[in-house]
Design a binder for this molecule. Structure first.
Ligand SMILES: Nc1ncnc2c1ncn2[C@@H]1O[C@H](COP(=O)(O)OP(=O)(O)O)[C@@H](O)[C@H]1O
Ligand SMILES: [Mg+2]
Length: 242
């Protein structure tokens, strides 16, 4: 039996009166690859922030490799939803990626940081972009730089919130191909149906409540090679309710 990476027990959460997440229980295992899908406002980003320890559960608890999330920050790589760069600030890709290595106790870089930078840039095939200003990168290149920033600490748990929103189809496919090969626990929120066909172990559908779908052989036929997201939701809900 693999060890439990993320243990979510009877978790409920609300920002104000209304619950955004209600009685969620799930275990994510070490090295498992989880896709989280669901409608806008369903609570996906909120769940990720709870896993990261950026928010505290209203009820229930979350443990990351057996400990509270705030004690495990250093083993988690995170890419938040919709990072809006101030494109006037002349930061290079290299600077952005290296920021992933900084922390409250560490304000300067050492040789290991540069080694980690080279290694992750090589893995994501962005070595040639390191000295390019972030404002000069395409959407897909920028997302790869942010993914590199999440990976440069060599995390045990990678948490990505819509990493391919607003990138072109080619870059989407490339990013999912990279993710598939990464050997760590992965939790990825995505609207792209492609991810579900790219090596994901289980799909979590979240709309205030959680529906786990662990048999991802879908019975719907892609229409002109393209899944309609609503059809997928319907299909997942049906098989979860069954
Ligand atoms: N900081 C916040 N304060 C109050 N309500 C919030 C806050 N962030 C999100 N919400 C609300 O919580 C619900 C879930 O949001 P979110 O987790 O962002 O959903 P998703 O990522 O699935 O689109 C939504 O109704 C949203 O409006
Ligand atoms: Mg979200």
């Amino acid at each position: 039996m693999p060890s439990v990476a993320v243990d979510i027990r009877h978790l409920s959460f609300r920002y104000d009166e209304e619950y955004v997440l209600e009685d969620i229980t799930a275990q994510i295992y070490d090295r498992e690859y989880i896709a989280i899908i669901g409608p806008n406002g369903g609570g996906k980003s909120t769940l990720l922030k709870l896993i990261l320890g950026l928010l505290r559960p209203t009820k229930g608890e979350i443990l990351i490799y057996g400990q509270p999330p705030e004690k495990k920050r250093t083993i988690i790589g995170y890419l938040p939803q919709n990072i809006n760069f101030n494109l006037d600030i002349p930061l290079t890709a290299k600077t952005i990626i290296l920021q992933g290595r900084l922390s409250r106790n560490k304000l300067f870089y050492d040789p290991q940081d540069y080694e980690a930078l080279e290694s992750v840039a090589h893995k994501l095939k962005i070595s040639h972009l390191l000295h390019t200003k972030i404002s000069h990168l395409s959407g897909g290149e920028r997302q790869k730089v942010l993914l590199a920033r999440a990976l440069v600490t060599e995390p045990k748990l990678l948490v990505l919130d819509e990493p391919t929103a607003s990138v072109d189809l080619g870059a989407q496919k490339e990013i999912y191909a990279i993710l598939k090969e990464l050997d760590m626990t992965k939790i990825v929120v995505s609207h792209d149906i492609n991810i579900i066909l790219e090596g994901v172990d289980r799909v979590f559908y979240i709309n205030r409540k959680l529906f786990i779908h662990d048999n991802i052989e879908l019975k719907i036929t892609p229409r002109e090679g393209h899944f309609c997201e609503m059809e997928l939701f319907e299909e997942l809900k049906r098989s979860c309710d069954a």
